[in-house]
Write a protein that binds this ligand. Structure first.
Ligand SMILES: NC(=O)C1=CN([C@@H]2O[C@H](COP(=O)(O)OP(=O)(O)OC[C@H]3O[C@@H](n4cnc5c(N)ncnc54)[C@H](OP(=O)(O)O)[C@@H]3O)[C@@H](O)[C@H]2O)C=CC1
Ligand SMILES: CC(C)(CO)C(=O)C(=O)O
Length: 299
């Protein structure tokens, strides 16, 4: 059976490469530049100090997901709705759909557009594209899946491909925890273009992370989610386990692409405002990243 990856960027190419390497039939749906690069030398997976060429099918055509029994959606959040609309006519009735995306609303958005359950996956990995068809792994690589139809079977296949995956009844808390990690580090990395290890060495870093976490905790609590007590330690842990990594937001800024900031710090600021909780640091970071990203309505 086929596994389709919709949105073959850093995350999609990385997990697609591991699945294909484990013998799964994988098809990547991505842009023409990726398909062109892969027609010459397959997918290049740079991991653990070596580059491996992995043979995977790639297409720009959403119809390539037809017949897939597992679909991993790996587009950035602003592209979620368009991706759902492109996939919908081709999706098998019994396919399991996973959202491998940051933020807390993507699985629900996909589910509403596709009219079927979509399982959120919390993604703990540091990857980037070194060039078209060349994915670079810089750290970690685990997934936490929410519960739902097909989740256990998907986890079994992912684990078999050396992708450490667990299914958790606490997926909502895990998504909020990941959102908080992203709110603490992504925008700062994007605005400064510095990797986490460099940021964490600043004397002001820990207090800044703590203040961002406190805002996220208050908004999460008012939304019915209790963040883990060791949230700040988890942020510091990310800066150590992924010290050389630039956030995905930083990678977007550098590539001149729109970012997911509205679904990260922007989400906390917006939800906080709706709940009567002020989140000035998250609001300021969302505004600053918003000002440097390309927008159609920029003046
Ligand atoms: N990179 C990382 O280390 C991590 C990323 N994440 C999250 O994972 C998700 C994916 O991130 P990442 O892989 O970095 O993002 P990328 O931008 O590298 O990958 C997304 C890819 O999908 C493509 N795409 C978008 N829409 C379509 C479409 N309709 N048809 C075909 N291709 C499409 C994009 O092309 P184009 O750019 O041309 O639009 C891009 O190549 C995000 O939510 C991110 O926050 C989570 C943990 C770590
Ligand atoms: C895990 C982390 C923080 C890795 O950089 C990420 O989710 C991102 O960059 O968006």
């Amino acid at each position: 059976m086929t596994i389709a990856i919709f949105g073959a960027g850093a995350v999609g190419c990385y997990f697609g490469a591991l699945l294909a390497r484990a013998g799964e039939d994988v098809v990547l749906i991505g842009r023409q530049t990726l398909v062109d690069a892969m027609s010459f030398r397959g997918l290049q997976l740079e991991k653990d100090g070596r580059i491996e060429h992995v043979t995977v099918r790639a297409s720009t055509d959403p119809a390539a997901i037809a017949g897939a029994d597992l679909v991993l959606v790996c587009v950035k959040s602003p592209d979620t709705q368009a991706a759902a609309q492109a996939m919908k006519p081709h999706l098998s009735a019994d396919a399991t759909v996973l959202s491998l995306q940051n933020g807390i609303g993507n699985a629900d958005l996909l589910s509403a557009e596709l009219n079927r359950p979509v399982i959120p996956a919390v993604v703990y990995v540091a990857v980037g594209m070194a060039g078209p068809g060349h994915v670079q792994h810089k750290g970690r690589g685990e997934l936490v899946l929410g519960e739902g139809p097909g989740a256990d079977a998907a986890a079994t296949r992912l684990n078999a491909a050396q992708i450490p995956t667990e299914v958790s009844a606490q997926a909502e808390t895990a998504l909020w925890t990941k959102l908080t990690l992203n709110c603490a580090v992504n925008a700062i990395s994007a605005l400064t273009r510095r990797p986490y290890g460099v940021i964490a060495r600043r004397p002001e870093a820990e207090a800044t992370f703590a203040a961002l976490v406190a805002e996220c905790r208050a908004v999460a609590q008012a939304s019915g989610v209790t963040l883990p007590e060791d949230m700040l330690d988890q942020v510091i842990g990310i800066t150590r386990s992924m010290s050389g990594q630039l956030s995905s937001t930083a990678q977007d800024v550098i590539a001149g692409k729109p970012t997911e900031i509205a679904m990260l710090n922007g989400e906390i600021a917006r939800r906080g405002a709706a709940l009567g909780i002020d989140a000035p640091l998250n609001r300021a970071l969302a505004m600053m990243v918003g000002l440097i990203e390309p927008r159609r309505d920029a003046t």
